[in-house]
Write a protein that binds this ligand. Sequence first.
Ligand SMILES: [Ca+2]
Length: 318
Amino acid sequence: MKAAQTKSLTSVGRGLLALGGIAGLMALASCCLTPDKTIDVTRYCVIDLSPGPSAASYPVSYLPDVPFWGWPDEYKTSKLVLRKIMPNSFTMGGHYASGNWPHKVTLTNPFYCGVFEVTQKQYELVMGTNPSHFKDEAKPVDNVSWDVIRGKSSTYNWPTSNAVDPDSFMGRLRMRTGLNFDLPTEAQWECACRAGTMTIYYWGNRMNGRYCWYMANSKESTHNVGQKKPNRWGLYDMSGNVLEWCLDWHANIVKDQLPSETIDPVGPSKGEERIRRGGFWNCSEDLGCSSDRYSFYSHFSDSQDGFRAAITLPRRQP
Ligand SMILES: [Ca+2]
């Protein structure tokens, strides 16, 4: 597409220059500088965390696209970057699934999903602490519980309420950015993971170590985020590295009780364990697929457990 646009502009430019001199050059400049109205200038949301854990606010900015040379390291340490995902319908569940039967899900709100798992440096810049077992600033933060990320009071009991503890990771991000930060719902997570695919993994139907860190290539450790190939929407490590907490309570999905379509699912109203998704550094190859589900008590955590940030947007954008 970019090559085609360049060729077109070059052709237009030659024509304008043929008209002669400065007038032609000015027309060419105007042509080249006219913004493309199809570009979403807020496709990527960037939070500058460098003011640190005591900051009153974090600067928020937006980008229309990935930088030409890819995401610089600062987006894995001192900045947090999330990609916008538009409302859509997709088939959730399927292959190898531990009870995750295929079913149609429609998400009616756009949402931002973290391009990377939240790293240790990012966590430390927000919270001032680093609980991780595998230490490195660009590795995903691990050993974090659902309760630590959102708050452990029963007040913070998704989906009864979307409130979070003001002093939790999500609470601090909300207060310092004015944005509706939270974990993704399980449906948002799988939508982001699949990125429009219906295959077993988001890259195809067979395990491929170029896309994820798992038992066969992790050397029993997490790794810096963003080193493997991303999915079609540019999200990294959706399979492998650390498991990612989702908002939902866990419940078995009963095949015969599934509705024909679920709209904006938020999970069961109560449960004992919260959902985690996406496989991890020590999982076997069949556990890193797009539909596999894990769960754990919300106050527990170990070296498998990390997360990805999300922001659900209003249904209609101005
Ligand atoms: Ca992961």
